[in-house]
Design a protein around this ligand. Structure first.
Ligand code: HEM
Length: 139
């Protein structure tokens, strides 16, 4: 999974111990959710495209799926985002036929940044599906 925000930030409100490390009060903590999503200790072949691995609730219960963060500062837009993504993807697939521009598979490498971009922008060909032409040409 490619988390849009690969690092969560937190400040410890109290002294605590995490994984054997003493964390003083007021420490700035960076939580690497990218590393959690790719940890081979939790996920079998983590780089393999296998979306069905996210269907079970076990990984979610264990707190291993964190694209929207976790806890009190978790993303409040999650519900809206999940609905909009499905709606947008559904419209793009229903209205257009999509093709790669060549034989090569889409390069999914990650670029650098606070919000993780693709290293190479997606370039694809699309044409309106015949049944959608009249609908899409209406003003
Ligand atoms: C795919 C879409 C989105 C992703 C992956 C995403 C991801 C995130 C993540 C990882 C955080 C940090 C959570 C944490 O620290 O635990 C966050 C915070 C936040 N997100 Fe989103 N977000 C998305 C869409 C949205 C939308 C649609 C809205 C509003 C309409 C939104 C509003 C916010 C706000 C206000 C915060 C700050 C919450 C706080 O600090 O209390 N996000 N988001």
């Amino acid at each position: 999974m490619y988390p849009i925000g690969p690092i969560l930030t937190r400040e410890s409100s109290e002294e605590c111990t995490v994984g054997g490390f003493r964390i003083p009060r007021g420490t700035m903590l960076l939580v690497n959710i990218w590393a959690i999503h790719y940890d081979p200790g939790y996920w079998e072949n983590p780089t393999e495209f296998k979306p069905e691995r996210f269907l079970g609730s076990e990984a979610e219960e264990k707190g291993l799926i964190l694209p929207f963060g976790i806890g009190r500062r978790k993303c409040p837009g999650e519900g809206m985002a999940m609905r909009l993504i499905l709606l947008a993807m559904g419209c793009l697939i229903q209205c257009f036929e999509w093709e790669r521009i060549g034989e090569e598979m889409v390069d999914m490498s990650e670029g650098n940044g606070m919000t993780m971009p693709k290293a190479k922008p997606l370039v694809a060909k699309c044409r309106p599906r015949p049944a959608m032409k009249s609908l899409l040409s209406q003003n």
